[in-house]
Design a protein. Structure first.
Length: 87
């Protein structure tokens, strides 16, 4: 038998474990997101608009006089343009 053994395994008092994020003392802090960059967003929108304008322009230029003289004329050309821009 051990001398001075009183049956306790640990000599220090047992305290309740603290978990991160638990309890009323925990306050969640939010980190701010990245700063807005309106110039970058405007530049991207301008670039997309420019690309769309160029592609629509090529469709308009690609209409031949023969296709405009065929039955349906401008309505057919407008339908093609609407289909292209919708796609």
């Amino acid at each position: 038998m051990l001398v001075g053994h009183n049956g306790l395994v640990m000599r220090q008092p047992v305290t309740q474990a603290k978990r991160g994020g638990a309890g009323p003392a925990y306050v969640r802090t939010r980190r701010p997101g990245p700063a807005p960059r309106p110039g970058f967003a405007t530049g991207c929108a301008a670039l997309a608009g420019l690309g769309f304008g160029v592609s629509v322009g090529t469709v308009v230029i690609g209409e031949s006089r023969g296709s405009l003289a065929a039955p349906g004329r401008l309505l057919t050309a407008a339908g093609r343009l609407a289909g292209f821009t919708g796609a």
